[in-house]
Design a protein around this ligand. Sequence first.
Ligand code: F6P
Length: 369
Amino acid sequence: MTKAIGVLTAGGDSPGLNAAIRALGKAAIGSYGMNIIGFRDGFRGLVENRMIRLNRDTLSGILTMGGTMLGTSRDKPHRMPVGGKILDMTDVIVENYHKHHLDVLVCIGGGGTHKNAYKLLQQGLNIITLPKTIDNDIEGSDTTIGFDTALGIATEAIDRLHSTAHSHHRIIVLEVMGHNTGWLALGAGVAGGADVILIPEIPYQVKYVADSILRRSRGGKNFSIIVVAEGALPKNPDEIPADIRRDEKDAQNGRDGADPSGDAHTMRLARELELRTGLESRVTILGHLQRGGAPTAYDRLLATRIGTACAEFIHEGRFGIMVAARGEGVEAMPLDDVVGKRKAVPLDHPWIQSARGVGTCLGDEKVGS
Ligand code: F6P
């Protein structure tokens, strides 16, 4: 019997989403003769029955496009703003899933989307998730759709900041996204040759950061590039008091995986470094530039690999899984093993060792003499 797939994208967008939708759709239709509909704006589209039939025409020409052709939102099924109230719309979603005679709902998203999808799995729906986020923080997947593109954008920003920092003898503090993990900051920082990299996994001390800048000055380099992850925090909160902790902010927003960037904190860090080093500082908040535009070749390949594999898993009737990236291939990870976990940067990760190896200050110890 012809299988019917529903697909949605939820959470923050990331480059490569369209490539994933296209790969899933083309493989499902072309290889298995399935039907596929896309719901608009995340879980909200499923509540409101706003959708688009995906076919060869609608799936054509989207491979290289940034964003998501379906639209996205951070709406949760069980806490959705409707008519000025926050309502649990889970039953409506279950009803609509059956109304459209779906055999599976494919949810493409990050950590928050995985939690929401898992709740629907517990309601008896067939669910498959695909891991996408520029944060690269999804447990069980080697990497995530969008991370490589964001990494390239952040690295290019560091390259460009070098010449102006050098010319003006300034400290430039670049804040990058990543939510509560440091993959983006660490990867871009190492690739761009940042002098200091601060990530949430390694609480930093301002004195070590300032020392490393002063050491460079003594060596004749009167400029420094500091890459700070939006979730990075000092070891001693009094050093750079945060307005509010990131997890408190998340709770206040009632959202998973999203909150405003930590820019006030980054501004204060830059000011503190100015005071301690005597060098002028400037701050660049890279923000949503990291999520915009066309995906890299790597993200297109990854999204196509994961999307086509998803169609195969549907064909085999394997549900309740995330299609994880594993080495050059994919793996079906039970959602039980993924949901509620966050893939932080391990402290013995090769990127950390590489950073230390080239003398980059990670804010937790004195670098050099
Ligand atoms: O999870 C992806 C991400 O870009 C995070 O890096 C960032 O903290 C958050 O989303 C920003 O969310 P929004 O676009 O909703 O402001």
